[in-house]
Ligand binder design. Structure first.
Ligand code: PTJ
Length: 249
């Protein structure tokens, strides 16, 4: 489909087309398109920009990743379609492993996603050999890699469902999320949630990694001062403010 760059929602339409194509290829789950729509709706409500609260959470996520002993970034169909290259760059900058972990599970889809990520360069992608099971999770999403998610101390889970965020917490991990919905179980369960669109959030986290790389004292201060619940409240307040300012009639 030809999309005119003059269209006021050009970027959104281009991304939708890409998601749709990758859904045909089996990279994005069909319900991933619905999840994307929910994300777009929340992005509208927060004003389609990084809020000060999101910036603050992105700094905390960078600090947690740099302080981790064994960080892992998990990638599902939506995250791969929207932000693969940036997520892989972030992983190499913080020394994190990358593991494909999907909700709509089939060995064929897992292979497709791992192979898709491998086309972005010389990155090691975990996921083909799921030899461990995360407890307290009912779906196939419990399958994971012993050398990846299973043994990680800090896990970044972009665009995740709430069950898995909770299971990772119960397993004693520090959970970092990117989720446009400040009310989602994932957002609430996590230790730090960036309520931001993934393609804005990941470059911001990468910038914060650059800024904090050589400053462990500052990283520790950021982590100890960060309160996810009050940060989420700030995002909710931002939505409220946006709505009260938009008096259409
Ligand atoms: O590839 P799979 O099989 O692992 O499936 C992936 C999806 C995303 C379908 C699966 O994890 C799922 O169903 O997720 P949920 O429960 O719909 O949660 C996804 C969350 O991501 C929702 O809270 C959305 O608001 C949020 N979201 C969607 N698009 C974006 C987003 N957050 C940030 N940036 C986005 N572009």
């Amino acid at each position: 489909m030809d999309i005119s760059p003059d269209h006021p929602r050009y970027k959104s339409l281009v991304i939708r087309e890409k998601m749709s194509k990758l859904s045909d290829q089996g990279i994005v789950a069909r319900t991933g398109l619905i999840a994307h729509g929910r994300g777009e709706a929340f992005d509208y409500l927060i004003g389609e920009k990084t809020t000060p609260a999101a910036k603050h959470a992105e700094e905390a996520i960078a600090a947690y990743l740099l302080e981790a002993q064994n960080p892992v970034i998990t990638i599902n169909g939506n995250a791969a379609a929207l932000c693969a290259e940036e997520l892989l760059k972030l992983a190499s900058e913080v020394g994190a492993k990358v593991e494909v972990n999907i909700f709509h599970w089939s060995s064929e889809r897992l292979e497709k996603l791992v192979s898709y990520l491998e086309t972005f360069g010389n990155f090691e992608i975990l996921g083909r050999n799921q030899n461990a099971v995360l407890e307290n999770i009912a779906s196939d999403r419990a399958r994971c890699c012993r050398e990846g998610i299973y043994s990680a101390d800090v896990v970044l889970i972009p665009l995740e469902d709430g069950d898995r965020a909770k299971a990772l917490k119960i397993a004693g991990k520090t959970v970092l999320a990117i989720d446009l919905n400040p009310l989602s179980r994932t957002s609430v369960e996590s230790d730090a949630t960036a309520v931001d669109e993934i393609t804005r959030a990941v470059p911001n986290i990468r910038q914060a990694v650059k800024d904090l790389k050589d400053d462990q004292k500052r990283r520790r201060e950021i982590i100890s001062a960060f309160d996810n619940r009050s940060n989420l409240n700030e995002s909710v307040n931002c939505i409220k403010d946006n709505l009260t300012q938009q008096q259409i009639f």
